[in-house]
Design a protein around this ligand. Structure first.
Ligand code: IPE
Ligand code: IPE
Ligand code: MG
Length: 245
């Protein structure tokens, strides 16, 4: 159940929420540092942000929320931080999967299942995905051990494994082999914490996404921030390479 129901702004209700919102949840370390805390405390504080934003997106009518939780480059962090993040992500799934399930949220994952991800973490991911597989209100797609380049490499590798001949390789053939081809491309990507980069997030899918950079650090980000960013998105003029009529 929504722990903090907040009215959805009328403008969003009127115009309709974007179908797919993708978020780079960044700034946990800086949030902690400002408070004289360990970086891991910043990650921990991000849990409330994730929950609030997920329920806020659900209330607004967003159909897909993709969140970047751990990148293929995040293995470069100190081992203690990596271990914390593995346990933390497992914990989030175990703490929230039942209530998300009751509220009609399907949980999916994008990323590589390589040997560095502990088996117990993979088991929690599988359990959450299995439990919620039939839900249709919203998909919460968690990008975990995810890299946009790795996703394209994996798609090309599958193309070859499927024996697709060169003249049959087109965008559809590649897209169909991404981790979740059934999810429409993000309409908008939000990155928190004032960093202006993509950091290997959804490279294929963001070809025509609107990009919004928020100054708010992820642990402070709440659905009100999401709603403000959605309203900014709604003021954008998307042309997809064409011209306004
Ligand atoms: C984002 O916060 C969380 C992950 C990348 C897992 P950071 O840990 O990158 O926080 P900053 O960027 O150092 O502040
Ligand atoms: C991107 O943030 C990855 C996640 C939020 C999971 P990073 O903090 O890892 O990105 P860089 O290193 O600043 O580019
Ligand atoms: Mg960061």
């Amino acid at each position: 159940m929504d722990p903090r129901p907040v009215p959805v702004p009328a403008g969003i209700l009127r115009a309709g929420a974007p179908r797919h919102v993708a978020i780079v949840m960044d700034g946990n370390g800086r949030w902690a540092k400002r408070r004289g805390l360990a970086r891991t405390e910043g990650h921990g504080a991000g849990e409330e942000a994730l929950l609030d934003v997920t329920y806020g997106a659900l209330a607004a009518g967003v159909k897909v929320l993709t969140v970047y939780a751990f990148s293929t480059e995040n293995w470069r962090r100190p081992v203690d931080e990596v271990r914390y993040l593995m346990n933390f992500n497992q914990g989030i799934l175990e703490r929230h999967r039942d209530s998300l399930h009751e509220d009609g949220v399907r949980i999916t994952f994008s990323g590589r299942r390589d040997r560095r991800v502990p088996k117990r973490v993979l088991a929690s991911m599988d359990a959450a995905a299995h439990l919620t597989a039939k839900n249709r209100r919203m998909t919460l797609n968690i990008a975990f051990n995810y890299g946009g380049r790795a996703e394209i490499v994996d798609a090309v590798s599958r193309l070859i494994a499927d024996g697709v001949p060169a003249h049959k390789v087109d965008e559809r053939a590649i897209r169909g082999r991404l981790y979740h081809p059934e999810l429409a491309d993000p309409d908008v990507v939000v990155r928190t914490s004032g960093e202006h980069r993509i950091s290997n997030f959804l490279l294929w899918q963001i070809a025509y996404s609107e990009l919004i950079f928020s100054e708010v650090l992820w642990p402070d980000y709440r659905r009100e921030d999401l709603y403000r960013d959605i309203e900014e998105f709604q003021g954008r003029d998307r042309r997809f390479g064409g011209v306004d009529q």
